[in-house]
Write a protein that binds this ligand. Structure first.
Ligand code: G3P
Length: 217
């Protein structure tokens, strides 16, 4: 399973990259706004900086528009920033049409806001490179996000769909573990959840003892 970080924060992207396990980055308008990135030039520069930071990994940049023609124009500009840009498109009717256009024109896409297996099938039919089911938001609404990953993984395997399942809206380290077991191809997580995978109290207790005993030698 590939590890992506779900943020537009450059320091956090650098920290995850320095750990040596980072395969890519996902952003969205909310994450970009959180970093205070404003204006077209600043937005484009920010994506370029992220692409250079992750050095070869895919970087999802989301279109802000919601109509077919606008999404195509915006997506073309985003794709021109760097060869690793993946155009992130919402799961709406015009979005599906736009994904098909990007696919036919050699531009990678990430279909976002996936909440059902039916939506995942449509996005795969349109040729999306990645599809992003929002695990945490599904859990928040009383459903089971990981179960949706399992269902999509099963459908894609049976049907031979090529889109990669990118588990998004990750809230905990355990979400990452469950998504790996459920068949996600990629998990995009906040830095806290990635670093949370490191933690176990027995590791800390064990290391303290080893450090103490090492002093006796
Ligand atoms: O990037 C999309 C997704 O990961 C958003 O997560 O925490 O806002 O539900 P969240």
């Amino acid at each position: 399973m590939k590890f992506f970080i779900d943020t537009a924060n450059l320091a956090q992207i650098k920290e995850a990259h320095d750990l040596g396990i980072l395969d890519g980055v996902t952003t969205n308008p909310s994450l970009m706004a959180k970093e205070g990135v404003k204006g077209n030039d600043a937005i484009m520069n920010h994506y370029k900086t992220i692409c250079e930071l992750v050095d070869g990994g895919d970087v999802s940049a989301e279109v802000f528009s919601t109509t077919y023609n606008e999404m195509i124009e915006e997506g073309k500009k985003l794709a021109a920033i760097h060869k690793n840009i993946v155009v992130k498109v919402p799961m709406i009717k015009d979005g599906v049409k736009a994904i098909k256009w990007f696919t036919d024109n050699g531009i990678k896409t990430n279909c976002t806001l996936i909440f059902s297996a039916g939506q995942a099938i449509l996005a795969a039919k349109a040729g999306a490179t990645y599809i992003s089911p929002f695990i945490g938001r599904i859990d928040d609404s009383g459903w089971d996000g990981v179960q949706l990953i399992e269902e999509i993984a099963q459908i894609y395997a049976v049907q031979g769909f090529k889109s990669e399942i990118l588990a998004a809206s990750i809230r905990t380290p355990n979400h990452i573990v469950k998504c790996a077991a459920a068949g996600a191809d990629v998990c995009t997580s906040p830095l806290d959840s990635i670093l949370g995978l490191l933690k176990h109290p027995l590791t800390d207790i064990g290391l303290a003892k080893f450090v103490e005993d090492a002093k006796k030698m």
